[in-house]
Ligand binder design. Structure first.
Ligand code: ZN
Length: 326
């Protein structure tokens, strides 16, 4: 997320683009697309499942506008939001939790407990950066966007799960069976992904992201093995944390491009060669992407994640605070 703050500060003039309308993934399964554009912090994708009892929402976005789309969807459907499932604690996925709790006080939130470790570490540091950035910025709009970030962090336990996902298995949520899978130390210390056998929909969270893998808090090698786990599921459609839904052939392209990016970064090849490789390998998935933005993000992650000092990578790959081992 440090990178996302960096991305935010480096291109402040750009305006947010309108997200596409709700996309139908399968019967009773709809995607509310997030946005990820230069100059603005991203919102993760949200997926809404209709059940006999109401709605189950996977990830709640960051900005008010995104969460409002979820609330509007529920209002239009005339159905209550019974449950929220958070893929991980990044603010573009849990940021809408407090607003949904406010509108639906009985909602149950499902997630791993990795957010507890993040609150004392990554998010505490990020909050400090934001306070410093507010003191330095002259733009009121920018300062407000930083204050909004702080407000999400300060929501504290409203972001936390009510139902801890401590292991993989089938959970009956709002009268419907979902497979919830827990992946340890891939994108974060505890990532949850969902498989809906009834519609063969896999909702991957940030285990799949476009226009590049977002490595901020990731263990790159464990993430790669998580992609192999996803590939073993007989899904029809995979919804990434950022980017458009994928069919199996597109996911294969992503996996191949991811593997090549890690392999290239592990050599002493020039960074630009690895960025070119990503652009070429992932080309079928990047039709709508802003190439300069992709280059900036990929370069940032090669420098700060894939080629980070070994101690930093080891810490992300081996961190064990017991949060995911209940
Ligand atoms: Zn995200």
């Amino acid at each position: 997320m440090k990178a996302l703050l960096f991305a935010c500060m480096s291109a402040l003039a750009a305006a947010p683009s309108d997200a596409a309308d709700t996309v139908t993934i399968a019967a009773g399964v709809n995607l509310i697309p997030g946005t990820f554009v230069p100059g603005r912090q991203p919102d993760g994708n949200s997926v809404v499942f209709r059940t006999a009892e109401g709605l189950v929402v996977f990830d709640t976005g960051r900005h008010t506008e995104h969460t409002q789309k979820i609330l509007d969807y529920a209002k239009d459907a005339g159905l209550p939001i019974k449950a929220v499932i958070n893929s991980h604690w990044h603010l573009d996925h849990v940021g809408g939790n407090p607003r949904i709790r406010e509108a639906y006080p009985d909602v149950r939130v499902y997630a791993s407990m990795a957010i507890a470790g993040a609150m004392g570490g990554f998010l505490a540091n990020y909050r400090k950066q934001l306070v410093e950035a507010i003191a330095q910025t002259k733009g009121e709009k920018t300062a407000q966007s930083y204050r909004d970030e702080i407000a999400i962090i300060d929501a504290g336990h409203a972001l936390y799960p009510d139902e801890v996902v401590a292991k993989s298995g089938t959970r009956r949520i709002a009268g419907r069976d979902f497979e919830l899978h827990l992946q340890a130390r891939a994108v974060t210390e505890g990532d949850v992904w969902l498989y809906d056998p009834a519609t063969r929909t896999l909702v991957a969270g940030d285990l799949v992201t476009l226009p590049v893998p977002l490595f901020d808090t990731a263990c790159p090698a464990r993430w790669q093995s998580a992609l192999a786990d996803l590939d073993r599921v007989q899904f029809k459609t995979l919804v990434p944390g950022h980017g458009a839904p994928m069919q199996r052939t597109q996911f294969a392209v992503y996996r191949h491009a991811y593997a090549n990016l890690l392999a290239c970064a592990a050599t002493d090849k020039d960074k630009n060669a690895c960025i070119d490789g990503w652009l070429a390998d992932a080309k079928p998935l990047l039709a709508d992407a802003d190439t300069a933005f992709v280059r900036m993000l990929a370069g940032y992650y090669i420098d700060n994640s894939l080629r980070a000092p070994k101690a930093k990578i080891d810490q992300l790959c081996n961190a064990d605070t017991g949060q995911t081992k209940h």
